[in-house]
Design a protein around this ligand. Structure first.
Ligand SMILES: [Zn+2]
Length: 204
């Protein structure tokens, strides 16, 4: 048990109930199979989500990202793993898939105790290539419309590492318009990467 857990008693990251990092009910909800999502912005590859941005899914994403709950991040990694294994079993993606986390701004990642999306990918047990970064000049996405997001992101995603010659799945925490995923997939495809799909923890 860490010092912070002694000071702040544990409560479920999904629903706030006292007791555990993640209660059995929220785990069950998070363990549901991924489903196909249609996005406003075309992403060139199928996009899947583990749930809607509500309930346990919304709870753990906010806890991990905004409230810096680092303890819940490996659990989200396990949720991601279960989703990827489901897609492998169904033949949607390949077993030797490499995950590329959707890009975050460096400053945001620092403020959030390390990029949560990259951490979900790492703790999923799949191979990870942190190949993408957002240029610091791109505006914050949260207040923009779909068209504005797309313009904002065109050219804002940088390739900062070489991508392995293996099937790629792009990972993000929340998919909204699909603009971030589209810009990421386009950047990877332009570099010759074999992008097969994208998966988000939740669809808003
Ligand atoms: Zn719960």
């Amino acid at each position: 048990m860490s010092l912070s857990e002694l000071v702040f008693p544990r409560r479920c990251a999904g629903c706030g109930r006292a007791g555990s990092v993640l209660c059995p009910q929220c785990r069950k909800e998070l363990g549901n199979a991924p489903f196909r999502v249609s996005t406003t912005v075309p992403t060139h590859v199928p996009v899947f989500a583990m749930g809607m941005y509500a309930g346990a899914h919304r709870g753990v994403i906010l806890e991990a990202k905004e409230r810096l709950n680092l303890a819940v991040r490996p659990y989200v990694g396990a949720v991601l793993r279960s989703g990827l294994e489901f897609l492998i079993a169904r033949g949607d993606i390949e077993h030797d898939t490499v995950l590329v986390p959707a890009p975050t701004r460096k400053r945001n990642a620092r403020l959030r105790g390390g990029d949560p999306v990259a951490e979900y990918a790492r703790s999923s047990g799949f191979a990870v290539c942190e190949a993408l970064r957002l240029r610091s000049t791109s505006a914050d996405q949260s207040e923009l419309s779909a068209a504005q997001r797309r313009r904002n992101l065109a050219g804002a995603v940088e390739l900062v590492a070489s991508v392995p010659d293996l099937p790629i799945v792009v990972v993000d925490d929340v998919v909204t318009t699909g603009a971030t995923l589209a810009a990421s997939v386009e950047r990877l495809l332009a570099a010759g990467a074999q992008v097969r799909a994208a998966i988000a923890i939740a669809a808003a």
